[in-house]
Structures are given as C-alpha cells and as structure tokens.
Design a protein around this ligand. Sequence first.
Ligand code: ADP
Ligand code: ADP
Ligand code: SF4
Ligand code: SF4
Length: 577
Amino acid sequence: MRVAVIDKDRCQPKKCSLECIKYCPRVRGGVKAIEILENEEKPTISEELCVGCGICIHKCPFKAIHIENLAEELKEDLVHQYGKNGFRLFRLPLPRKGKVVGLLGENGIGKTTSLQILSGKLKPNLGRIDEEPTWDDIIEEWRGTEFAEFFKKIAGGKLKISYKPQYVDKLSYYKGKVKDFIEEIGVEGNGLEEIWNRKMSEISGGELQKIAITVAMEREADIYFFDEPSSYLDIKNRLEMGKKIRELANDKMVVVVEHDLAVLDFLADIIHILYGKKGVYGVVAGAKTARHGINLYLSGYLKEENVRFGEEIKFEKHPPRQLKEQEILISFEGLKKKYNGFELQIESGEIYKGEVVGVVGPNGIGKTTFVKMLAGIIEPTEGKVDAKVKVSYKPQYIKAGEGTVRELFEVNKKKFHMLYDKEVLLPLGIKDLFDRELNSLSGGELQTVAVAFCLSMEADIYLIDEPSAYLDAKQRMKIAKVIKRIMEKEAKAALVVEHDVYFIDMVSQALMVFSGEPGKKGIGRGPFSLREGMNLFLKDLGITFRRDEDTNRPRVNKIGSTLDRQQKSIGEYYYEL
Ligand code: ADP
Ligand code: ADP
Ligand code: SF4
Ligand code: SF4
C-alpha cells in the first residue's frame, strides 16, 4: 500500500518552481501522478498513479513530500485520514473501565488524533475521504469487536466525556479570576483554594495545569482523557496528580498521553505504543503492561510487530562527581534575595567547566531567582557571585515571535559559537524547520527551536528552564545529549531546571536541590553529586526509586512497600544497594 503525504505547512508553491511536478517521470510520460487540481493551490499526488520513485521527495526544496510503502494488511485497519495526501492513523487503543490506558509515541504520530476519535470530537472516516462513512458504516466496520460497542455509545451520545487538552497556556487568556472560571464551568475546584482569588492571566503554568486537571477530574463522566497532564507541574504535583488519576480509574475509563516516563510508569496500567512516521502515518500497537511497554519503547524495537522505530535508550548508574580534575567556572557564597513576602537563601557552591547541573525543587521556591542572580540580571540582597560570566537563558515560557526560523538564526549569527551548526542545529533537526514561520510551530517544535537558540549562543553558562515541556520522550533524550556534548566540548556549564526525573538522570552530572516553602521561603543547596543530591531531594518528598532490572531505568516505589521501607531505612532514595 502506498501512502503519499504532502505537508501543507511546508509546501509553498509560490516560493518554488513546482519541481515536484516538473521532474516526475510519470508526468513527463503523460500520466498525472502529481498535479495541481482545479481551484487548488497546492499539488495532489494520486496514490494509484504514482509509482513511488521518490524523485519529487528529493526535488522539493521544502521537503514537503513523504511517500511510504506500507504492509498491505494495514489497509484494513485504517481508522482516519486527514484528507487527500493527509496523515493516516491505523488502529486504535481500547479504553477499559477500571484501567488507566497510556499512549506513548513521538510527536506527530497520532496520539491526539486517537484521543479526539475516542472522545467523539472527531468522527473517524476510515480513509473514505470522498464519501464520509455514516456511524452505521463505522460500527459495521468494527462488528464483533469491543470497538463496535464503544462507538455505538459514542454515536448515540451515551458516553459522557471529560477532556484535559494538551495546551493549558491558553487558559491565561481568560478574563477573570480563578473562581470565576471554576464557577462558570460549574465544578467545585477542590484544592485550588490558595489561588481562588488570583487572576487567570497572572498565575503560573503549573497552576493553570492544576486548574485544567481539576476541572477535567471533577466533571461527571464515563471516560476521562488527559493530554500531557504533567507539563509545568513539579515532581510532587506530578505524583499527586498521578495518584488522583489512578483513583479516578477505579470505576471509570481513563486515557492518558504522557511523555514523562517516570510519571507514565506510575500512572498507567496499560500502554499502547504508537509507531510510524511523524506527520505521515501512525500505527497504534497492541496493549502492553506499563513496565513492559516503557521498556519496549526504550529498546526502540517492537518484537511482536517486528518494527524498529528508534535507537535504544540506555540508563546508567552514575559515577560520583569527579571534582579534582575540573576547573571552577563560577562560585557563589551565601547568596540571599528578599522580595516582599519571599526569601531565598543559597548556600555556597561551585560550578565546574564542562558540567551540566540539574536543578530540582518545587515551583515557586526560587530556582529562577537564583539563576538570574548568577546571570547578573538581578542583584542579590546579600552575598556575592564570583566572576562575571556571560549567560544564555532559555526561559520556562516561550513566545513565538515574528518571522521564520531561518531569520531568527541568520539575524543572530554573530552571537553564536563555532560549533552551533554542527553540534546544535544538525542533531536537533532545526534546518528542517528553517522555512516555517515561528508562530506556525507546534509546542514541541517551538521548544526545540528555543533550546537550540539558547545553546547556539556564545556564553559561559547556559540556563535552561524546563526544556522538556511539550517534547516527546525521544526529543527529550536527544536534547539531553546535545546539552551534554556542548558543555563538554566548549568547557562551559549548563544549569537545567527540570521536573522529569529521566531527563535529569540523563543530562546531569551534578544536582542543585531547592527546598522550603513555595512562595515564602527557599533554600538552595549544592551542587552535589547526583546520588547525594537525589537522596536529599527525594527524602524531602518521601519518595524512593528502584532500578528496573532490564533497563536500569528508575521506577517510583509504592509508598510503604518493602523496597520503599528498606531504602528509606538506609537513606538510599535513588540508588538501591
Ligand atoms: P500527536 O498527538 O502524536 O503529536 P496528532 O494526532 O496531533 O499527533 O497529529 C498527527 C498528524 O496529523 C500531525 O502530524 C498532523 O500532520 C496531522 N493532523 C493533525 N490534525 C490535523 C488536521 N486537523 N488536519 C490535517 N492534518 C492534521
Ligand atoms: P521557581 O523558579 O522555583 O518556580 P521563582 O524564583 O520564579 O521560583 O520565584 C520564587 C518566588 O519569588 C515566588 O514566590 C515569586 O512570586 C517570587 N518572585 C519572583 N520574582 C519576583 C519579583 N521580581 N518581585 C517579587 N517577587 C518575586
Ligand atoms: Fe513546491 Fe515542494 Fe510544494 Fe511541490 S511539494 S509545490 S516542490 S513546495
Ligand atoms: Fe512522481 Fe515519483 Fe513523486 Fe510518484 S514518487 S509523484 S512517480 S516523482
């Protein structure tokens, strides 16, 4: 089966010379395998007439065309196609009462499309784009399976749905206070008391996320969908959220998309991996247990389906931080910062050349304030930062400016270091985005551009605040690698504020730990070795991790379990002995 997809965001017939049509050997032979149809601006490929030679793919200057040959048997499993030459989704995950079903896969592979179909927001067309099927056709298609029953209920409006969308930033456009928003929706808003009277436009991303999750949970429904519930939440909140979602699933159906693998592992009973080619097609693989599903995903190979979909991702037990050979880049002594109502105290510490320091702690505890003091953006009330260093900063919330990605990088070229092209743009695939308008990028693409821009700058310290938001698990690992390499090669240092434990584990050689009372008092300590830092941090949270036997990846222990108690008694919260 041939699948031809033209990416409408990339295809720009006004800026090219229609190379795709000009060089097509079928068109030259008089067969209209690719043409611009009447009343349309962009070309259409006829999947029947195209022979899949691939010439148009290479000739298109904007890499807008993808052609894939798929196994014939998938044809019967086509669930939805976004128009002619559009993305295709094959198979679906089945929601089950009493279970949390997790979807795991890279961005652009069909997770949100799956959620939209299962929630009745999008009627699946089974690939019949000329004549849309009726609900009866759809139910007939799944006859004899549990999906037939499921879609009967959806078609008849018999399933009550609650949906937490992916992007919560948009909630900040709401004019009014938190309580107005909650009252307007008609739920109780339990747990939101502290921010009740704050304006929606003035609260943090983590708080917006909490509101969105609370609203979705309190709605009376049969099936609940959560699209990326952990973005902007700190670890404590992620695990609390996970616990509540699990409780919700006692007698309901719950489906979750989540890229923080430690959280997904904790949250899901069943996992469906989605594989395929991003933006072109996605296939929902069969149900696996959470542990097995995540291990398979990390292995990059689906045994049953015999599909390789990526490199293996490995976790290692960390060596101690080697202090002696390293040169100090910056040191700080007894820093204090006082704001009205908030007080931050930083113990003395040193950051070495070539290292990545993970920064962990709850939201509102002073991490950003510390980072800004290092950067010289704000003056400490007491204490001093030794050495003037140049800082490149990626803030937590990023806004897309005007212009294309290419313009952003060309205009600022003079500020970049020598390695930016080879070590940053290339591995992160930024050049593939060059012709896109910044404001047309998805959340994940924009995040990648922002991190790449920060890492391209000539600087001494790179301060990267929550780089993982909206990135899929694979992109997270890729970014972790790039950050590490740049620091090693350039002998610079990075401070990475993160809540994803796997990301922290991959990227950092040392850890700074912030604790205290969010919004009131914060204490920052370290950098420590990863082991020492994790013990301090997790002790504060009362959480322990064990290591997975097969992959070495950290897994959250159930509180009060034998391992949890054992590890706590010997003070090893992250590394079992
Ligand atoms: P994921 O949630 O895994 O990131 P999505 O389900 O959002 O993936 O999207 C999969 C692909 O489907 C995207 O790459 C995009 O090209 C395409 N797509 C999504 N929504 C639409 C739409 N409304 N019209 C056309 N194509 C779409
Ligand atoms: P984190 O990065 O850990 O989430 P921040 O450093 O951003 O925390 O903020 C810590 C506390 O300091 C918060 O309570 C915040 O409201 C307060 N704060 C931050 N910047 C200012 C400022 N310019 N004026 C007053 N208070 C501030
Ligand atoms: Fe031009 Fe490429 Fe679009 Fe063809 S597919 S019209 S070559 S941008
Ligand atoms: Fe023409 Fe070959 Fe492109 Fe098909 S793959 S449209 S035959 S150039």
